[in-house]
Design a protein around this ligand. Structure first.
Ligand code: 6R9
Length: 652
């Protein structure tokens, strides 16, 4: 990112309440967290209620031949008890969840901690009555409704492993994830609502199940959310209300070992099918609870809104487990930020008097593009802190968000992390770390970030390189579901002895980190991760496509757009009709988040003599950056580059 490297600016730390930590104690505590991790994490683990307190804290090695990631391993606990039961005595009547519907005309739903506890216990008992037991994988394909949170916590309560699949994924993508996890149960809704439109989730589940061969799904639990009359296919399909109605609102929680899996969440990598990231119970809960507490400086009684969909890691860690373990009052919103107009987000903030907002750069850029409408008739004076995650935030968007949206009163917490890391890794702490627009600032406690060049040489001081982490942290993913070897190869083999994030970063003279983006073939479109390999194989599955190469290109709202170079089996077919058809095809194969912005027909792709596509060249052409194509000498046919540039230029 092209960011002026100005000195850290003293943005106001907060406008009310007490901060938990100041600059001096932050520095001391950070150093202690690296020097004595056992001592530091034993202390932090106390914020969680343990059934058996751990005596072994950290047992980790990043050595490729002896990889071990175990935290609090002799401890026992239950995540749902930590998010619910332990708050009942002191916060039982406090709101845990405020649900804002897609349409402003519909009713808000609210749950106190006691009501949420009851709902979770009823569903947990219902799941048990269906034969769901500890260790079973339950797939959730849900809209953003309270039942999604309830289902996650009900699984956690009985030791079932939830695997949430984003509701925007296609039946094909859902089927792959159900099949990989061998789920016996899918929890869904008749439909979801987004921006006034219906998403027919149940119909997608039906289609996905027919694609799962051999069949693994025994039951489908359906929440009647939209009042659609949908066919329930008995005895497989079960109505949610009917199942929970007569269940007891008490359900003893399963005793889980710290290293028992809590959930699987699929994420895209640069190659192959999506990876099921496995997160375990103890370390994940300690880390998400601690980071939510410190990064958002959460004070009792505040209203906290994380906008992420529960289908993504941000929704897991900072809409569910982090805030609920801290007895926060959370807002959940069903719809999209700019429906029915760009002012919706700010209206929700005023309506529920939101104090802390956690969102994504793509949302900020979309609102900034219609700034007047986004801010009209709202005060947003309740806001105290603003957070972002998911992609680099450009300084223009940062400044608009800070000055206009937050009235220059709220620090912006630009948090860098990944599905794999479970929690925030590089992030400001309000009151303790000064901000620089566009920088995620400094590593969180216990995180030792390092930069290396492509040969693995450590870079010191101000430098730019590959971002690695040199030692384990409690919320780290433990394995790829069903493929531990792939886990080792993906994250611990490129630079031995380190966790490789696949992101690049620059460190400035103050030690601040500026994330430059992925260094692998993963695209980040509106904060959604997509592997180029996945997109390419989906396109190549079309009968007229001979070969497809997909790259990202700079997009003013989405951050990155999808640019596909396609060779057809029949040149005559290079028509606008086919272009439209291929765009629809991609949406159908992957889901509505996969929108090909530009399709360029080409007879040939730039390949090395050994047949590898040189994406570097394709990326530069897509970005109109023709002067820096780099070394072309390894190309089998250097002439292809000029032809690609010519067609690209004619496309515009
Ligand atoms: C939490 C989440 C992870 C990838 C990651 C990086 C990008 C996330 C960022 C950021 C710059 C930030 N990313 N946060 N880039 N600044 N604050 O988004 O997880 O969906 O797994 O994506 O997102 O490239 O590698 P996930």
């Amino acid at each position: 990112m092209n960011t002026p490297n100005t000195g850290a600016t003293q943005y106001p730390a907060k406008t009310s309440a007490e901060t938990y930590i100041d600059a001096d104690s932050h520095t001391k505590l950070y150093q202690q967290s690296l020097a004595s991790p056992d001592e530091f994490w034993a202390e932090q683990a106390k914020r969680v209620d343990w059934i058996r307190t751990p005596s072994i804290i950290k047992n980790c090695s990043f050595a490729k031949d002896n990889l071990s990631i175990r935290w609090f391993e002799d401890g026992q606990l239950n995540a749902s008890v930590n998010c619910l039961d332990r708050h009942l005595e002191t916060h039982g009547e406090q709101l845990a969840l405020i649900w804002e519907p897609d349409s402003e005309a519909d009713a808000v739903r609210k749950f106190t901690y006691r009501q949420l506890h009851n709902a979770v216990c009823k569903l947990a008992n219902g799941l048990k009555s269906l034969g769901v037991a500890k260790g079973d994988v339950v797939t959730l394909y849900m809209p953003m409704i309270p039942e999604a949170t309830i289902a996650m916590l009900a699984c956690a309560r009985i030791g079932a492993v939830h695997s949430v699949v984003f509701g925007g994924f296609s039946p094909e993508a859902l089927a792959g994830r159900i099949q990989d996890g061998q789920s016996k149960l899918v929890i869904t809704a008749d439909a979801g609502k987004r921006g006034g439109k219906r998403v027919n989730l149940k119909a997608n589940v039906d289609e996905a199940i027919t694609l799962c061969q051999p069949a693994c799904v025994e039951n489908v639990l359906v929440v009647n959310h939209c009042g659609e009359t949908i066919a329930l296919n008995a005895p497989r399909d079960i109505d949610y209300q009917t199942l929970v109605r007569n269940q007891s609102s008490e359900c003893p929680a399963e005793i889980m070992d710290a290293e028992d899996p809590l959930f699987i969440l699929y994420t895209s990598g640069s190659t192959g099918k999506p990876k099921g990231a496995v997160h375990t119970t103890g370390g994940y809960l300690v880390y998400t609870s601690l980071s939510h507490h410190w990064v958002f400086d959460y004070n009792p009684g505040e209203i906290y809104w994380c906008m992420a969909d529960i289908g993504w890691i941000t929704g897991h860690s900072y809409a569910v487990y982090g805030p609920l373990s801290n007895a926060a009052t959370t807002v959940m919103y069903e719809g999209v930020p700019n429906f029915p107009d760009a002012g919706r987000l700010a209206r929700i903030i005023d309506k529920h008097q939101v104090n802390i907002l956690y969102t994504a750069p793509t949302v900020i850029r979309a609102l900034m593009a219609c700034s007047d409408e986004a801010l009209a008739n709202t005060s947003r004076q309740s806001l105290r802190l603003l957070g972002t995650a998911g992609e680099p935030i450009n300084p223009e968007a940062w400044t608009w968000f800070y000055e206009k949206f937050g009235h220059s009163q709220c620090p912006i917490l630009d948090t860098w992390w990944q599905t794999e890391t479970g929690g925030m890794m590089i992030t400001p702490l309000p009151g303790a770390i000064d901000l620089k627009p566009g920088s995620a600032t400094l590593p969180f406690f216990g995180i030792n970030a390092v930069l290396v060049d492509n040969d693995g040489q450590l870079l010191t001081g101000a430098a730019e390189g590959n971002l690695l982490i040199s030692d384990s942290w409690p919320a780290q993913m433990r394995t790829i579901f069903g493929d531990h070897q792939r886990f080792i190869e993906t994250y611990f083999s490129t630079f031995e002895g380190y966790y490789f994030s696949s992101d690049g970063a620059r460190r400035d003279e103050d030690g601040y980190y500026w994330i430059t983006g992925r260094v692998d073939d993963v695209l980040n479109v509106s904060g959604h991760r997509m592997g180029t390999a996945e997109l390419e194989s989906a396109l190549a599955a079309h009968p007229l496509v001979a070969e497809a190469a997909v790259v990202g290109f700079p997009h003013s709202i989405k951050g990155e757009g999808i640019y596909a170079y396609i060779t057809l089996t029949d040149k005559q077919a290079e028509t606008e009709t086919l272009r439209t058809e291929l765009k629809q095809w991609l949406r159908k194969e992957i889901g509505p988040i996969a929108v090909a912005d530009i399709i360029q027909w080409t007879d040939d792709l730039p390949k090395t003599r050994s047949g590898k596509i040189m994406r570097r060249i394709l990326r530069k052409i897509a970005a109109d950056d023709f002067d820096n194509l780099g070394d072309l000498s390894t190309l089998a046919d250097p002439g292809v580059v000029a032809r690609l540039i010519e067609t690209h230029s004619n496309l515009k």
